[in-house]
Design a protein around this ligand. Structure first.
Ligand SMILES: Cc1cc2nc3c(=O)[nH]c(=O)nc-3n(C[C@H](O)[C@H](O)[C@H](O)COP(=O)(O)OP(=O)(O)OC[C@H]3O[C@@H](n4cnc5c(N)ncnc54)[C@H](O)[C@@H]3O)c2cc1C
Length: 426
């Protein structure tokens, strides 16, 4: 018997794998819902992801796992835009606005002097070879017009850092050194969409894991908080449901909560050195579900990132354009407007910001439903210091730790680590 503490993605994947391998499982989740930060809600009659909506495609682990559950993955639809006081469509086949093909019609259309960009293909490879920042490299190879028109706003919107302070990505630098051209280096690095999702929503993955777990006979205790850990004639968890305390015993325990409760529980059985948890940037997401033909044409594609200081919003995602499965289940549109730290926003603000960014004039009567989520410090940043501390933790052999704070933030880190944890136990 294994007890899994935490019913977020990490806990559910670990429990699922162990149950599939024939283990008896008890899963303990503090909240009334499962999935943790893979959260969803039904807004205006449409179920949408309100937490994580995608996963990074940097490895095939997530896709393989999702497919092993009989689910399909899909890549985003629609083009991306930047808001810099006015909308700017990010040209195709670019990275941070740097084109892989300087002769592409979209690049030539935007610039007064496109030949300066194309000069990169024939310039001596030593030009730009010693610079260290993105801005210096682009200016040296392709001139200042593309830097100002595309690279500066796009890089600033993505990284909130001016490209004059942005170090050149080591892979881009290596590709530039091997090809002698910035455009060719960008072309080498382009490899399709960086993210994908689950057809039907990320919440569909959670639903399937929970369904399989229930079918396997696993015991799932929601509204139950693990408050203590110990070992005497077996691993023991103190679990509290509606004020009632019970002690559960197992051969081993998987701790799959977020960082703060995990450290509190670890401290019950190991002497951890004082642990400073890095704080994430709080964000507010307002998701609007709308009845509006104005959005049928997806005026800003899958969405846009805003250059800091040019809009109250940080980003806008037209979810029902980005994820094609939504159009198969509803005629309504789902749009998420995201805000940075400390912004007090309401639905009216979000609608006004959406109209400005989208260039639409949609009134409040079009809103079928809305949901505002303030994420607080939910997203613990995976700093090098945290990684080092997490890696240095040793636990008794009956106790295993997984989850984003241990594995690295994001689905593409959490799933492989949970699979490894389950494999080590099974
Ligand atoms: C707004 C937002 C958007 C995101 N977008 C993306 C994205 O698009 N792509 C991506 O890859 N990642 C994204 N992420 C990150 C991703 O969602 C997380 O890295 C991942 O879901 C973390 O899973 P987890 O199981 O480790 O932790 P959690 O989801 O935090 O799960 C931990 C669970 O443990 C439970 N728990 C805590 N304490 C106890 C206790 N004492 N007893 C019992 N249960 C307890 C909690 O209630 C929770 O359910 C996003 C995160 C947020 C907040």
């Amino acid at each position: 018997m294994t007890i899994v503490i935490g019913g977020g993605l990490a806990g559910l994947v670990t429990a699922h794998q162990l149950a599939t391998a024939g283990r008896r499982i008890t899963l303990i989740e503090k909240r009334s819902t499962l999935g943790g930060l893979i959260a969803s809600d039904t807004i205006g009659g449409v179920r949408v992801d309100i937490g994580a909506e995608s996963f990074a495609r940097r490895n095939s682990a997530v896709t393989d796992f999702v497919r092993s559950l009989g689910l399909e993955t899909l890549v985003p639809s629609g083009r991306s835009w930047i808001w810099n006081g006015s909308p700017l469509l990010i040209p195709k086949d670019t990275s941070l606005g740097i084109p892989a093909d300087p002769h592409s019609p979209e690049i030539r259309e935007i610039l007064k002097d496109p030949d300066r960009v194309a000069a990169d293909l024939t310039l001596d490879p030593s030009i730009g070879a010693r610079v260290t920042t993105v801005a210096e490299l682009v200016e040296a190879r392709m001139g200042s017009e593309i830097l100002e028109r595309l690279v500066r706003p796009i890089a600033t919107a993505i990284y909130s850092t001016d490209p004059s302070r942005l170090a050149i990505n080591p892979q881009l630098k290596a590709d530039f050194e091997s090809t002698g051209s910035l455009a060719k280096a960008v072309a080498k690095g382009l490899s399709g969409p960086a993210v994908a999702s689950v057809r039907g929503g990320m919440f569909h993955l959670i639903d399937m894991l929970v369904r399989d777990l229930k079918e396997s006979g696993a015991r799932i205790l929601t509204d139950t908080e693990a408050t203590g850990l110990s070992y005497s004639s077996g691993a023991k968890v103190t679990a509290v449901t509606a004020g009632e305390e019970q002690i559960l015993t197992a051969e081993n325990i998987v701790l799959a909560t977020s960082i703060t409760p995990a450290i509190a529980l670890l401290n019950k059985v190991t002497d951890l050195e004082p642990f400073t948890v890095p704080t994430g940037k709080p964000t507010t997401h307002v998701t609007l579900v709308l009845n509006s033909a104005e959005l049928d044409g997806a005026p800003r594609g899958s969405g846009m990132l805003c250059v800091p200081g040019t809009s109250r919003a940080k980003a806008l995602t037209h979810l029902s354009c980005k994820w094609s499965w939504m159009r198969e289940v509803t005629d309504k549109h789902a749009v998420r407007v995201s805000y940075a730290t400390g912004k007090q926003v309401n639905v009216d603000d979000a609608l006004a910001d959406m109209n400005e960014l989208m260039g639409t004039g949609i009134g409040p009567e079009a809103i079928a439903g809305s949901k505002t989520v303030r994420w607080g410090n939910a997203l613990t940043p995976s700093t090098p210091g945290l990684r080092q501390r997490a890696d240095s933790i040793t636990t008794p052999d009956w106790l295993h730790v997984t989850g984003a704070w241990r594995a690295g933030t994001g689905v593409a880190s959490v799933i492989p680590h949970a699979l490894q944890t389950a494999a080590a136990l099974a």
